[in-house]
Ligand binder design. Structure first.
Ligand code: BEZ
Length: 230
């Protein structure tokens, strides 16, 4: 049975977190959101991930993205682990800059398809995988990534995909392989060459292939920055 699909409204779940009980849509407000899950508190890979997420939390803030983590432990464990994570960053006096959802009954993990059948706790219960959901201001799911518990994520890639999602939400463009802000973007294939020329007055470059065409819009880095002003 398919779980949550791109474009689906993200469930407005209620949950206990390190900042109290939340209703997810109220927590998001009109912001973008990123929800990332972890297998277990106090585990090494998870600690490196949360520590990195904390160190670059300003980058998410600049992009207007609210962060929230999740794992299958209690609020009390999460609060203690948050202190450990900040100590790992040599910032023991600062709070973790985002909340963690306590999914100790695995209700959300099951509902959102986040369990990793290959990784179990000491009681033989499956742990959560490393899921990422990016949710748009319209509360619809814009991206999902699912890694097994044994593979840590790349948070630079998460910022990069958010840049692409936010740009392509506003312009009829797509971002090519390994794109970074400021690089050329592609004109979406459904747009004709005439429309593309009107949309990109500074010009487009078209590369003809054997059976199709690839039109590259010269959306300059200044224009990209105007859309994505960080
Ligand atoms: C970890 O975070 O180190 C981890 C958690 C579950 C399985 C494997 C590694």
């Amino acid at each position: 049975m398919p779980g949550l699909l791109l474009g689906d409204e993200f469930p407005n779940f209620e949950a206990d977190t390190t900042i109290g009980r939340i209703k997810f849509h109220d927590f998001l407000g009109s912001s973008w959101g990123i929800l990332f899950s972890h297998p277990k508190d106090f585990t090494p890979v998870c600690t490196t991930e949360l520590a990195r997420a904390a160190r670059i939390s300003d980058e998410f803030k600049k992009r207007g993205v609210k962060m929230i983590a999740l794992s299958i432990d209690s609020v009390e464990d999460h609060r203690n682990w948050s202190k450990d994570v900040m100590a790992f960053n040599s910032e023991a006096e600062s709070p973790l800059p985002f909340p963690i959802i306590a999914d100790d009954k695995r209700e959300l993990a099951i509902k959102l398809g986040m369990l990793d059948p290959d990784e179990k706790d000491k009681d033989g219960m499956p742990l959560t995988a490393r899921c990422v959901f990016v949710i748009g201001p319209d509360k619809k799911m814009k991206l999902s990534i699912l890694y097994p518990a044994t593979t840590g994520r790349n948070f630079d890639e998460l910022l990069r995909v958010i840049d692409s999602l936010q740009l392509t939400a506003q312009q009829k463009v797509a971002t090519p392989v390994d794109w970074k802000p400021g690089d050329k973007v592609m004109v979406v294939p459904s747009i004709s060459e005439a429309e593309a020329a009107a949309l990109f007055p500074k010009g487009v470059t078209t590369k003809r292939c054997l059976l199709g065409r690839n039109t590259c819009g010269t959306l300059s880095s200044e224009e990209t920055l105007k859309i994505n002003p960080h």
